[in-house]
Design a protein around this ligand. Structure first.
Ligand code: SF4
Length: 378
């Protein structure tokens, strides 16, 4: 008998892109020749894990890569999910897309499987900057995509980046101002990170440009102020939304909810599973291994002991503006957070907001959140 009382989120990874962006170290490939085999393996993985686990699904996040490229496979995917899981009515089904593959065919296919939130990778609306970071779209394509998506979906997120090589305050303001003139409900703003092994990192190492971290922080602050003045509140370090239009999947991960991941390199996190306290499973990130075993081989299994779980819970919760919920901590770990961490909280009190219910990092100290969290947990 399947356990339908078990609620979790689902993440599905679609690792194909039109081309590889110059800053990208995500698990994604410009070669789409194995897409057919990939979806057969993905469908098998969903069916096998579904039969083992079953359960109710609160929300689904389809990320990548560029899921919008794979619209011909959407119906198969949804059918497999519906046959193996109970997807709750009104569940948020969120899908990433990129402007070059936002077509009428994609929109129809996404709506047909119940996608009710889309996340568009814009990054910048400056054509010269888009070329520097190797994006596959230009400003006009991004605007066309924004126009169509905001007409067709109830919730739209836009990703933008700050701290790009040569990016000025004016560039950021223009991109933000234009994006915010569309009826979007969510915006994610990331600072560029030079990941080793990427073409952009190599260009920086050759001295073709240098990033200025302080300037990037200033740009981020200007963006934050602009967003706040337009009615977007920051609910996580990099995420802003209007009203309660949070990303349900991301929020559940930050709140230490359980999730099942399907696809190449996808992770699952199960608190009530085997092991001392929780377990994290990661699928193979080698395409051939993943396809030939449908996610059964080449993966990793990490047992998470209770103390490590505590640290993870704290790290994730303090990314959120609302911070760590003391009652949830007690419910999961069975003791009072302040009993163990009260002294450190006192020491860091200038940078924290503490109430009877919550402990949160004060918004003006978000930019040093990593060191505050480290101080607290080690
Ligand atoms: S679209 Fe996204 S996943 Fe694809 S290459 Fe660019 S940054 Fe990476």
């Amino acid at each position: 008998m399947r356990d339908f009382s078990h609620d979790f989120s689902i993440y599905i990874h679609i690792p194909f892109c039109v081309s590889k962006c110059a800053y990208c170290d995500f698990l994604s490939f410009a070669d789409t020749s194995r897409m057919d085999e990939y979806f057969s393996a993905l469908e098998r993985e969903i069916r096998v894990k579904g039969r083992e686990m079953g359960g109710c699904v609160d929300n689904i996040y389809i990320g990548g890569g560029t899921p919008s490229l794979a619209y011909p496979y959407f119906v198969r995917l949804r059918k497999a999910l519906d046959e193996e899981f109970f997807v709750r009515d009104g569940a948020e089904i969120s899908m990433e897309c990129n402007p070059e593959s936002v077509t009428p065919e994609f929109i129809d296919a996404a709506k047909a499987i119940g996608v009710n939130r889309v996340s568009l990778g814009v990054q910048s609306l400056s054509d010269p900057l888009l070329r520097v970071i190797g994006r596959a779209h230009d400003r006009q394509k991004a605007l066309d995509a924004l126009d169509s998506l905001t007409k067709e979906f109830p919730a739209v997120n836009v990703d933008i980046m700050v701290g790009l090589p040569g990016q000025s305050e004016k560039d950021v303001a223009e991109t933000l101002g234009t994006v915010l003139s569309y009826p979007i409900s969510h915006l994610s703003c990331y600072s560029l990170i030079l990941e080793e092994g990427t073409p952009l990192c190599a260009a920086a190492e050759r001295g073709e440009f240098a990033l200025d971290d302080d300037y990037a922080v200033d740009l981020y602050d200007r963006a934050r102020e602009r967003l706040s003045a337009t009615g977007f509140h920051r609910y996580e370090i990099s995420n802003f939304c209007k009203g309660d239009a949070v990303c349900a999947y991301n929020l559940s991960v930050w709140q230490y909810g359980e999730y099942l991941g399907f696809g190449l390199g996808a992770s699952s996190f199960l608190r009530k599973g085997e092991g001392d306290f929780a377990v994290r499973l990661k699928n193979a990130d080698d395409m051939s291994v993943y396809i030939s075993s449908s996610g059964r081989e080449g993966g990793l299994r990490e047992e998470i002991v209770r103390e490590e779980g505590e640290r993870e819970f704290i790290m994730l919760a303090l990314r959120l503006e609302e911070g760590l919920d003391l009652a949830s901590f007690y419910e999961i770990f069975g003791f009072d957070f302040m009993q163990k961490y009260g002294e450190k909280v006192k020491k860091l009190s200038k940078m924290l907001c503490v109430t009877k219910q919550k402990v949160a990092i004060a918004p003006e100290y978000f930019y040093v959140s990593n060191s505050i969290i480290e101080e607290l947990i080690y």
